[in-house]
Ligand binder design. Structure first.
Ligand SMILES: [Zn+2]
Length: 160
């Protein structure tokens, strides 16, 4: 059995301190195939991280949107270094480029019902703390100029 003091510390702190949800986009075209695996490989092999940087992803696969698991939720993310958001945030990446197209209703529906609302419920996070990467990294547009975060917060409030 492995024992790592750092992991245990991180685990304990991580589990109790999740206070925000941060939405990202991948800035790639969502090409109807599984990009999530490619993102994970890129983070592990090119970036040298232990795992994909986000805790969850949403992707269009064969005409349907799916929520996909990422890094374990009790681990710190590698997604937004500003504002201690890697430590206190749960991070979800929507595959696509939302600088050039708006998210579809179907995508938002899966994001809200499968990822955001369950996280808000499980970690007792208010909808106002669902934010975009750009709210902390002001030099970025992530999760995209056409991604309406107020709409997403309203959709979450409707089902919480
Ligand atoms: Zn981002």
């Amino acid at each position: 059995m492995d024992f790592c003091y750092l992991c245990c510390l991180e685990n304990e702190w991580g589990e109790h301190m999740k206070s925000h949800i941060i939405i990202h986009h991948s800035l790639t075209e969502d090409g109807q195939t599984v990009s999530w695996g490619a993102i994970e490989r890129y983070h592990r092999e090119t970036m040298g991280w232990e795992d994909v940087g986000y805790h969850a992803g949403v992707e269009l696969i064969g005409g349907e949107y799916y929520a996909l698991f990422g890094r374990a939720e009790y681990r710190f993310a590698a997604a937004c270094k500003e504002g201690a958001m890697n430590q206190v945030g749960l991070h979800v990446c929507c595959v696509g480029n939302y600088d050039s197209i708006a998210p579809t209703d179907c995508m938002l529906n899966v994001l809200v019902r499968r990822v955001l609302a369950p996280w808000c419920d499980r970690y007792n996070i208010g909808a106002e703390n669902i934010q975009g990467h750009r709210d902390y990294a002001h030099y970025k547009t992530c999760p995209g100029l056409l991604f309406d975060l107020n709409l997403v917060r309203d959709l979450v409030r409707r089902i919480l």
